[in-house]
Design a protein around this ligand. Sequence first.
Ligand SMILES: *Cc1c(COP(=O)(O)O)cnc(C)c1O
Length: 454
Amino acid sequence: MDLRYWMGRATDAIQEWADAFGPYPAHASVLVDDDRFAEAFEEFTGRLSDNYPFFHPRYAGQMLKPPHPAAVVGYLTAMLINPNNHALDGGPATARMEREAVAQLAAMFGYDTHLGHLTTSGTIANLEALFVARELHPGQGIAYSSDAHYTHGRMCHVLGMKGHPVRTDDRGRMDLDALDDLLRTGEVGTVVLTTGTTGLGAVDPVHEALTLKERYGVRIHVDGAYGGFFTLLAGADGPEGLLPEPWRAIARCDSIVVDPHKHGLQPYGCGAVLFRDPGVGRFYLHDSPYTYFTSTELHLGEISLECSRAGASAAALWLTFRLLPPTPQGLGQVLAAGRRAALNWAELITASDVLRLYQHPELDIVTYFPAVRPATLSAIDAASARVLADGMTGPDPVFLSTLKADREAFTARHAGITADGQGARVLRSVLMKPESEHHVKQLHARVEELARTR
Ligand SMILES: *Cc1c(COP(=O)(O)O)cnc(C)c1O
C-alpha cells in the first residue's frame, strides 16, 4: 500500500469527476502562488514536528495512533468534494456509506434491529444515548461506575439529570451488589456499563447486569467507546480470546457507543451511537427549513443531535471496512495483536524485579509501576513520574502515560503498600498498534532500565 500513490489517485479520481461539469476559473481572492505556499508549508510542517511519534511502537502511552491508509485515502478523496452528512442533500453517496458502515457495526454487536449514526466523538455519541435515556425515563437518574469515563457525570449535568457513581471491585468493574442497592431506590432509569474502561480496560459484567434490567425495568446503555471493537475477540481461540458472556450480552442492551477513531483505524472525528429500538428516532424529530428537500428518504440529520458532520468520516470508515471489515478475521486480527502484546508484556513485568503489574490487563492496556523501597504511595508516584519524564528524553525514547490510582483502588490490589497519601500515579501503556506485538521485549527492556536508574 503506497500512500503517495493512492493520494495521487484520490486527487485524479475527483478531478476526473469534476471535469465533467466543465472548466471554471478559480477566483483571484483565493489564489495563492506556490512560493508563498511553500513558505507557509515549511513553517507548518516545522510546527508539526512538535509531536509524539504515535505511529511508532516506541509510543506506548495513550490511545493514539495514525489512521489506516485506507481511512486516510477515503477521507481525503471524499473531502475533496466535502459532503455534509447532515442530509442527503449534502451528499447522498457518503450518507449511504454511513448507513452501510453503521449497519456493519450493528451486526458486529449482534443487534437484530437498529437505528444509529456516526458522531464526531464518543462524547457526543454518549450524550445522545443519555438524552434518549432521559426522554424515556424522565425524572430518573443515570448510574455508571466510578471508573466510567468522566463524560457521563458531565453530561448528566448538561442534561439536568442526577448521576450516580457506583463503586467498582478490585479489578475496576462495576460492583453489581452496589448497583442493586441503588436500583432498589427507584431513582435510576438507566445504567451505563463500560466495556473497557478508559483507564484500565476493565469490562463491566454486562451479562449479569441484564438480570437487574429485568428486575427493575431500567435501560442499559453500553459505553464501548474504547473497548467496543474487542467484541471481535469474544470467544476467540488463543490467549487473546475474551470471555464471551459480557460481549454477547450487548445484543440485549438498549444502546451502545463505539469510537471508530479509537480502535477502528479512523482519524479523529468518528464516533458512533446505536439504539436497538429504531422507534427512539421519534425523540429526534424536528423539521429543517434549509434542508431535507432532495429526498423523502430518512436524512441522517433527522436522527442526530449534531447538524453538519463530515461525509469524509463516513467515507473513510466505509473504505476501511471494505478492506478490513469489523469481523474476527478482519479488524479482529488487529485487536488480537495488541491484546497479545499486552499479555506478553504483563508476563515480563510479572517476572521483573524492578517493575510490578498494577493490574492484569483485561484488554490491551498494561498498568505497572516501579518496585520501589520503601513501597509507599508517595515513592511509587514519584518513581512513575520520573520514568515517564526520563523515558521521553535521550537517544532511546519510550513514550508512556500515567494513570492516577486512588488509595482505596491501590491498596485493594496491593495490600502490602503503605498508603501515605491519597493515591499514586502508575504507568499506563495502551498497546493498540498491532506493531507493538513485535516490540514488547524492547519496550520492557527500556522501561526496566529506566526504573532501575535513579
Ligand atoms: C474515549 C472515551 C469516551 C469519550 O470519547 P471521545 O471520542 O474521546 O469523545 C467515552 N467513554 C469511554 C469509555 C472512552 O474510552
